[in-house]
Design a binder for this molecule. Sequence first.
Ligand code: NAP
Ligand code: ZN
Length: 354
Amino acid sequence: MTRTAAYATPAADKPLRAHSIERRAPGAHDVQIEILYCGVCHSDLHTARNEWHNTQYPCVPGHEIVGRVTAVGSEVKQFKAHDTVGVGCMVDSCGHCRPCREGEENYCENGFTATYNGPMFGGENTYGGYSTQIVVDEKFVLRIRHTADLAAVAPLLCAGITTYSPLRHWNVGPGKKVGIVGLGGLGHMGVKLAHAMGAHVVLFTTSPNKEADAKRLGADEVVISKDSEQMSKHTGSFDFILNTVAAPHDLDAYLALLNRDGTMCLVGAPATPHPSPAVFNLIFKRRALAGSLIGGIRETQEMLDFCAERGIVSDIEMIAMRDINQAYERMLKSDVKYRFVIDMQTLKDEAKAA
Ligand code: NAP
Ligand code: ZN
């Protein structure tokens, strides 16, 4: 066991603060990783504040981890000391159910082990990336081929795969008109990835001041979603819409924009339900409303390699560990361009000084 510096929250209504946790010594199949950077996902905030009513405390969030291998177990084949690696939202799964055998551990029928808040599916508690090191089974460790900008690679581990997986599943590519709803952490990766896949990309935002950024990131058009006139110009025209919004909102306004057989996929996971969609919007054009949860390990590696080949990373604001509570407040106001990433050196320094 190794005593490890972390930031944790002891209860839903308390801020995150310095804390220490025990990490296991690496077993035969384990990789021990010094964490360099960790992205700040809106799911971290939902979980820290128990908005999904399943949080086990103390809670150490963080599932967009980039780090360096410091030690490997005797049976580890794919990684060695000094490799640059990533860890996303999962650290284990049953390995034998059908989704696991098909490489979709994110849909494990026995519940994968989440990188933090493991009991989400009934296991023991796990502690995430707001910490200086982590030990993970090599099956859940990703190879990072980017050679620069490692801090900006971290958000690919959740925001990247959560948008890449549905864009691939619904065959986004040249000739397709694709909407991305919300320009936050997930949304800005959705815009970059859909653009890189060759689609015509339309960004829907509630924030008029994000228009120029959206175009720079790869959007062909920007629609201010509160403006019904702008919205109605796109009625019945989308093949696919990826909705990343973290709050309940009217889904009908978007369903009406899908063409016949078009699909809107929800990845945003608000604390309270959306108003139900109107049936007629769906049945008249055989439209579909769907959902998607992160992505499997094989697809996460594919996404990382896709991004490394094209030089795609996240647009980030680097913060010190002690600034995390303030970062959560800004995230709630959609005031982040477009992902906070924690420089873990700041936690190492803080722990050394204490
Ligand atoms: P984020 O950075 O806070 O971005 C969310 C964006 O939604 C905001 O930037 C804003 O964009 C828009 N928005 C916020 N409140 C809104 C409202 N009331 N009405 C309309 N639009 C609003 O969050 P994130 O990290 O991208 O995460 C987004 C959601 O996805 C969260 O619920 C998170 O838990 C969930 N998530 C799901 C998965 C999965 O596997 N399905 C994985 C990771 C995260 P504009 O300013 O452009 O309007
Ligand atoms: Zn996430």
